[in-house]
Design a protein around this ligand. Sequence first.
Ligand SMILES: [Zn+2]
Length: 349
Amino acid sequence: MAIDAPMPPVFEVAARFNDAVVGREAKAAAQMAKIYVGLHDELQGRISTLLSTLSDNPGELEIRALWRSLGLEGQVLSGLQSFGDDAASIITQGQAQSIQTAMRDARRLVDVGLPPGIDVSVLEAAGVGWNQLPESSLINMLGRLGDGSPLTDLLAELGPTANRQVRAALVEGVGLGLGPREVALRTRNAFGEGLTRALRVSRTEILRSYREGNRMQWQANPRIVRQWERRAAWDERTCPACIALDGTRYRTEDPGDFHVNDRCAMVPIPVSYRDLGLDIDDPSMEHPTARDWFGGQSAGTQRGMLGAAKFDAWKSGGIDFGDMVQHTTHPDWGRSATVATLGQMGLKR
Ligand SMILES: [Zn+2]
């Protein structure tokens, strides 16, 4: 069903605000990646030295001894300790910025969602006050740096894990008789996992702080906002689960089911105008969804976004977007909705 109704402006504004946070997060990620690449260059130099020092038929014990005596262990552990400190400060600073931005945006989005000529200050004058949560309490609630938090776990594990995995990749590569270039590729991939993990935590925490900062602010104002709506990015990088859930409404108590690397925005839905004490009919909130947008894309784009198997099943009516969502609950990351596998969709023979 294609809906011709225009998008209410608050959806565009929410998407723009969200993009700004995603863009800021990308800058934090680039900063971390730059530091990490520097560490890797230094490590690669030492690995070359180690390879040229090896006897003709080296065993694992010899490699492990050289790993330590040539300073690779020390370099990985201390390098990642210092990277972890930098990452922690970049991430916590990003979280603090997200919270500050959310404090401002939460109210601005409600302003845009109200009828023309009415904003939160008009409601305040009419006796419906806006409850602004103090920054300190949001930072306390959202800046997860305690035991068991993804950030704390990451920082504790980064060095020891890389030390073990890079050394294992080296032992394996040498054992297989690979040349220095292939060995370097394997150790680079093993070392790179640490950056991947750091970037995942960074992105999750910076976006989560922004979303939760908004949501808690709305939740603190139940006379004005009781629901929020999920708004996916309408572009080719958006996953089928986010396309499927675009337009879903959640109560303000509900943090939602975003996944890692999710770029969806949250749009506050004000209570009805009569509930606000305004004698105005509510405007129609019917608007196009990401499914409508997707339906208007070329077959090539659709196939590229879904993959061949899902595209064929969707095209033939065997599955719809609802079938492409898998809901899970992770002990660290919480509830999330991701793309169902072909097996989960019953498409695997
Ligand atoms: Zn997604």
